[in-house]
Design a protein around this ligand. Sequence first.
Ligand SMILES: [Zn+2]
Length: 134
Amino acid sequence: MSKEDEYFAAFCHLIYKVGVTCDIVSRSEAQGIVIAAGSGNKEAAELCRAVSFAVGRVEKRPAKCACCQRMVSDPAVIVILFPANRAPGMSVGLALCERCGDQKGLVGRTQDCVKALFPGMMALPQPTHEGGRA
Ligand SMILES: [Zn+2]
């Protein structure tokens, strides 16, 4: 098992236990998060870490859109999944392509992605923050 697989397994174990929540971050918002993180906002710092990790990974190696499975190298939206108890350092980022990252119906599509990724998940995430409507 690679380090990444181990991390993902630990993440799955945790969210099946405590539930999952998410932040939906558009590309244009990422900068604001970096600024907030710099000013000492702890939640922003955690989100910033997760977003830059997800964006960095996609830039290195194009990922599949979590919705339609199309390859994306420049995601329109990054969805960061957190355990509902916000355990520090635990998050998983999903990249969405331009078509799927469209604001209309975005929350529903995000929930569909979570359903597909984590079958049997009872409580679907209600975003704590939704891109573009800060
Ligand atoms: Zn897509």
